[in-house]
Design a protein around this ligand. Structure first.
Ligand code: C5P
Length: 403
């Protein structure tokens, strides 16, 4: 019944008015590819109904420890969780957690959990500053429970002060970094090489054959890998967007330069993510002065084939290295997936990320739609969203990938 894989997380929701914001937290977590189970308290259900939690999480919700008693659902949910997030956490739930009280589904589940727990409190500022609550919080902190927020701002009561739930995006980022710090999700100690951008094949000193790739998706992948603890080398293939902080930068302009850079890096990398769009052909002759229209130099250009860099690297002994390719295709749907599957065989990649491009999709855009396939061609996950969110999805799938 319950999935026991490493992407299983539990979100406990208690009955604060901010419960509606937890819907967005669950939605954002789901988008990163996590398997999210929601445990609302009876009071949370008075704010947001079970049907909403079931629709956003894609799983049934249990609110009573006697629901699903045959499976001991609270123990299964808690013990299989990779991490537990309480959002919003009321003073009541924090008090129960601090004192080991287990009188409903959420409090029994959280007591069964052996995984890291993150708490996102939300309450009126007078409750937050109450000595009893402060005492409970400091006991939980001493036990290693993580906190995100609350922040200062407008409160539902109409006044303002500290007690407002942190923003859903901020909660999700903190929870993901908590997950990334765990072994299955961490890229600590790994050297990740990401290629980003598009090659430019020179024709003469002022012209080149190129493509529309801005490098945005690859830059976000490099950033996500860095945040997951990896040492990252970003190969800047004519990037049109700034590189993230903290990564090593190497430049390559053409397919041949990129091949040379990767040949030099291959021995020492653990994960190669080939996001860059590489020209399949280059001009056979590169003129050393500007080609002239008047001399009919430009009406026909002879091209020669570039090496398929990824396919070449895919043939080398790779031990535990993970090779990730990209398939940017104008074909969508089943046909696009079929092209992507063909590419897995041609290039011997461990993971292939397929995305549809052209007609306002993919290249240069801020959002993207990706389908991540493993070496058998099975779909690991499919999602759309910002390139930043998809980069986190791609990186968490790489980090969890076992050969
Ligand atoms: O064959 P296609 O260009 O669609 O393959 C895309 C994948 O192969 C990308 O990961 C790209 O970086 C890589 N590639 C390559 N060398 C080429 C062409 C593409 O490594 N000459």
């Amino acid at each position: 019944m319950l999935s026991g894989d490493s992407s299983h997380v539990v979100v406990g929701v208690s009955g604060g008015i901010a419960a509606y914001k937890a819907v967005n937290v669950v939605r954002l977590l789901k988008k990163t590819g996590l398997d999210v189970w929601v445990v609302p308290t009876a009071n949370a259900l008075r704010m947001v109904g079970a049907a909403t939690w079931e629709a956003v999480s894609g799983h049934p919700v249990y609110t009573d420890p006697f629901d699903g008693a045959e499976d001991v659902a609270h123990v299964l949910l808690g013990s299989k969780a990779k991490a537990f997030l309480l959002v919003p956490a009321t003073a009541n739930v924090i008090g129960k957690l601090a004192n080991g009280i287990a009188d409903d589904m959420l409090s029994t589940t959280v007591l069964s959990a052996t995984c890291p727990i993150m708490v996102a409190p939300a309450m009126h500022h007078q409750m937050w500053t109450n000595p009893a609550v402060k005492d409970n919080i400091s006991r939980l902190k001493k036990r290693g429970i993580h906190f995100i927020g609350p922040v200062s701002g407008e409160l539902t009561s109409g006044d303002s002060g500290i007690g407002r739930l942190a923003e859903p995006e901020e909660i999700v980022d903190s929870f993901l970094s908590l997950l990334n710090s765990l072994d299955d999700y961490s890229l600590r100690g790994k050297h990740v090489v990401v290629t980003a951008g598009g090659t430019r094949e020179p024709l003469d000193p002022v012209r080149f054959l190129g493509n529309y790739s801005s490098g945005r998706q690859g830059v976000e992948i490099a950033r996500a890998a860095y945040l997951a603890g990896a040492e990252v080398t970003l190969v800047d293939v004519n990037l049109e967007v700034p590189a993230p902080a903290g990564v090593n930068l190497v430049k390559a302009h053409t397919a041949l330069e990129l091949q040379e850079v990767l040949n030099n890096l291959f021995q020492d990398l653990d994960i190669l993510v080939m996001t860059a769009a590489v020209a399949d052909y280059r001009p056979a002759i590169v003129a050393d002065s500007k080609l002239k229209k008047s001399q009919n130099h430009l009406s026909q250009i002879e091209l020669i084939e570039n090496p398929d860099i990824l396919a070449g690297l895919g043939k080398l002994p790779r031990e535990n290295k993970i090779l990730v390719g990209f398939a940017a295709e104008t074909a969508g749907g089943q046909l696009g997936i079929e092209y992507a599957r063909k590419k897995i065989l041609e290039k011997q990649t461990d993971i292939l990320v397929y995305n549809q491009v052209g007609h306002g999709r993919g290249f240069g855009e801020v959002t993207n739609h990706v389908c991540i396939l493993d070496s058998d061609g099975s779909i690991m996950v499919e999602s759309s969203g910002s390139k930043q969110d998809l980069a986190k999805l791609i990186i968490s799938n790489i980090a969890c990938f076992k050969k």
